[in-house]
Design a protein around this ligand. Structure first.
Ligand SMILES: C[S@@+](CC[C@H](N)C(=O)[O-])C[C@H]1O[C@@H](n2cnc3c(N)ncnc32)[C@H](O)[C@@H]1O
Length: 196
């Protein structure tokens, strides 16, 4: 199973659904209050992408939804509330349902304090994750394991260091209202990929 927390109009749902369709065709549970005024857009986008039969919307906040969800999760994507306490609650309630060897992905973990703090303490510094990395500048992904090794922990800490340096550097540029030229940004993205 794939679980998505926070669907909005379905952009990430479509990415997850297309990934599932190309792979094992597992269902994607899309958890969001799915407010009436945008659920129409969500449905249209999911149908247009040809993945409607894989997507199971759950109209709820993610924290209470965890109490009744009892299926093993292979990939958990978290992009719901960005408040520290609620992201932490998502972590505490949903990550135990992810199978060992499964993946977690948390969106907005660079410039947004809530998710950044949760992944720093509960993913990068944890004994339960390996292969932690951040992609496209802000999404932290990691594989859940029963116990990570010393080498896994050292690697996760190293990536956290790279991520923190990236965050501080990019925030300093933002504060000076400076934009990097596109080729420099592209090169930066490549370097980030190569060093983590
Ligand atoms: C940043 S948007 C998600 C964007 C979406 N993942 C995408 O790629 O387009 C955040 C979404 O989380 C939902 N949300 C906010 N708090 C939530 C909660 N506690 N549980 C579930 N969803 C929540 C909001 O309704 C909103 O649709």
């Amino acid at each position: 199973m794939i679980v998505e927390i926070g669907s909005w109009k379905g952009k990430s749902t479509v990415c997850l659904g297309l990934g599932s369709q190309a792979g094992n065709g597992v269902p994607v549970y899309a958890i969001d209050p799915h407010a009436d005024y945008r659920f129409g857009d969500f449905k249209t986008n999911v149908e247009r992408a040809g993945i409607a039969e894989l997507v199971r919307p759950i109209a709820s906040l993610s924290q209470p939804a965890a109490d009744t969800f009892d299926q093993p999760i292979a990939l958990l994507f978290v992009d719901g509330s960005h408040e520290y306490d609620l992201v932490l609650e998502d972590f505490e309630k949903w990550v135990p349902k992810v199978v060992d060897g499964g993946w977690v992905a948390f969106h907005d973990t660079t410039w947004t304090a809530g998710p950044r703090k949760v992944v720093a303490q509960a993913v990068y510094r944890s004994r339960r994750f390996k292969d932690a990395r951040f992609v496209v500048g802000s999404t932290t992904v990691a594989r859940k394991v029963l116990h990570n090794t010393f080498a896994d922990r050292a690697r996760n800490r190293y990536v956290l260091g790279v991520k923190t340096a990236f965050w501080l550097g990019s925030s300093a540029l933002k504060n000076q209202r400076r934009l990097l030229p596109e080729p420099v940004e592209r090169l930066g993205r490549r370097v980030l990929k190569a060093i983590q």
